[in-house]
Design a protein around this ligand. Structure first.
Ligand code: TRP
Length: 341
């Protein structure tokens, strides 16, 4: 069982990313290793080029993101941890897969429609082919499992179609991967607007808890969280109580317990204030060690570059073989099967 996931180097990582994606990565690297296989985690700098970016900031954001993932527990000895642009087979395979990707399918992607509508200067060709690069990321490793947020569902379905079409046309070469949506994280809501997902774009700063917020800021954001005016206050999960339900889910995720257990732990609470404080404390307990390790890891950029270099070497041992098979299957390149150097 092989796992692949990619994470954007843009924006600051928030609680939804942490509980939804990052915690699942750490669990996945262990599960893959236990199964005698490997999990690959990739900071996708090439995907960050699909919308306008500042060259001076790109590398910084990649380091920031890498340091958060490592601080959260990704272990480059246990998994393969890479920067996308370090492994050239991702881009080579993108071109090949483009040959079996329907233009009409790309045109139907929700993310392309949303993002292209927002571009003022230029809707780049890279924004359009974004899902093909994402397919190549995964298919270059013959990964079986793709843990991603619900917003990436359509992209994973497309990559499955692309793999199936490739195999039908050129013979069984690629593995058709499965989507894996996290149980909780997909539903972490904005604290100020608990009917919309916590997000870096569009959400409120007040309602978004960042992994690197200090303990005081975290506490303040939870204290101001929107709840409801039920009288007496009711600590329960209910569609009509999105704010309270969200706090219960966060508390449960941060403590590693079920929502029912979280509710039971608050049986003596006198109101929503107790729920908010319990949640803030649980989140700070979860994030404090991450913040401390982050500060150490982030300041040593040479060490981060070494980690990326070692990751790329391990990654290419896989991707060169897959790419050689792809070239052989498609009749591209020299007569004999040669792995890329
Ligand atoms: N598009 C994904 C996102 O925005 C990131 C990503 C890039 C990815 N390549 C991937 C996720 C491959 C899973 C597999 O979240």
């Amino acid at each position: 069982m092989r796992i692949f996931s990619g994470i954007q180097p843009t924006g600051r990582k928030h609680l939804g990313n942490f509980i939804g994606a990052i915690v699942q990565y750490v669990e996945g690297q262990q599960r893959a290793a236990d199964a005698g296989d490997v999990a690959i985690f990739c900071v996708v700098d090439l995907h960050a080029m699909t919308v306008p970016w500042q060259p001076a900031e790109m590398r910084e954001r990649v380091y920031d993101t890498a340091a958060i993932l490592l601080a959260a527990g990704l272990d480059p000895e246990k998994c393969i941890f890479i920067r996308q642009s370090d492994v050239p087979e991702h881009t080579e395979l993108t071109w090949t897969l483009g040959a079996v990707t329907a233009h009409g399918d790309l045109n139907r992607m929700h993310q392309f429609k949303e993002k292209s509508a927002k571009q003022k200067e230029l809707v780049s060709a890279d924004l359009f082919t974004y899902p093909v690069l994402m397919a190549a990321d995964v298919l270059a490793y013959r990964a079986n499992e793709v843990p991603v947020g619900d917003d990436q569902r359509q992209h994973v379905e497309l990559m499955r179609d692309v793999a199936i079409r490739f195999n039908e046309r050129f013979g069984d070469t690629l593995v058709v991967p499965e989507l894996k949506i996290p149980a909780v994280g997909a539903r972490i809501m904005d604290l100020q607007d608990p009917t919309s997902k916590m997000s870096t774009t569009g959400g409120s700063t007040e309602g978004t808890v960042y992994v690197l917020d200090d303990a005081k800021t975290v506490e303040k954001k939870f204290k101001r969280a929107v709840t409801d005016s039920d009288d007496p206050p009711r600590i329960a999960k209910d569609q009509s109580k999105p704010g309270v339900s969200n706090l219960i889910d966060i508390l449960a995720a941060a403590r590693g317990i079920t929502p029912d257990e979280a509710i039971a732990s608050l049986a003596d609470a006198r109101g929503y204030g107790d729920l908010k404080m319990a949640t803030a404390n649980a989140v700070n307990e979860m994030l404090e060690p991450v913040r401390t390790r982050y500060a150490e890891i982030r300041q040593d950029e040479d060490a981060l570059e070494e980690i990326f270099a070692a990751g790329a070497t391990k990654a290419r041992a896989i991707t060169r073989e897959v790419m050689a098979d792809v070239r052989a299957a498609t009749g591209v390149g020299p007569r004999t099967r040669v792995p890329a150097s």
